[in-house]
Design a protein around this ligand. Structure first.
Ligand code: SF4
Length: 137
């Protein structure tokens, strides 16, 4: 299916160094026909997901396919502060349900703690960049 191929191409670009891969490497790695891959890339280019730049590869003309919007990688450690990750009610929790993020005290507390942690960090950074004694406060 073309959508599956597009998803695979996007995933490969996402994992690539610098978010770009030669088009000929894509169709080899995906074990798909070069025409099929080219068509998918052209469609993705029209939707501004990727762009192609012509390059020479061993004397042959090909394209470098460049991902235009690389999604930030999120590490589990980045969200480990969230109460939902270890919540025993996770499977029963949902918007509009009796157990809901809309009125969850545990979530509110973890969000508040994370907010304060970041606010304090920014404040300390400002103080240290102005040369003020951080411990004086
Ligand atoms: S919103 Fe609250 S109840 Fe729901 S999963 Fe997160 S911590 Fe648990």
């Amino acid at each position: 299916m073309p959508e599956e191929l597009e998803e695979k191409i996007l995933a490969m670009l996402q994992d690539s160094t610098g978010g770009s891969i030669l088009q000929c490497e894509l169709w080899k790695a995906l074990d798909s026909g070069s025409r099929e891959v080219s068509r998918s890339i052209v469609k993705m280019e029209r939707r501004n997901l990727v762009k192609r730049e012509p390059v020479q590869d061993g004397g042959r003309k090909t394209y470098r396919v460049i991902l235009l919007r690389k999604a930030p990688k999120i590490d589990l450690a980045d969200v480990s502060w969230c109460a939902c990750l270890t919540c025993p009610d996770l499977s029963r929790c949902g918007m509009g349900q009796p157990i809901s993020p809309e009125n969850c005290e545990k979530l509110s507390i973890s969000l508040r703690n994370e907010f304060w942690k970041h606010s304090k960090g920014e404040e300390l950074q400002k103080l240290s960049s102005t040369g003020n004694d951080v411990n004086a406060k």
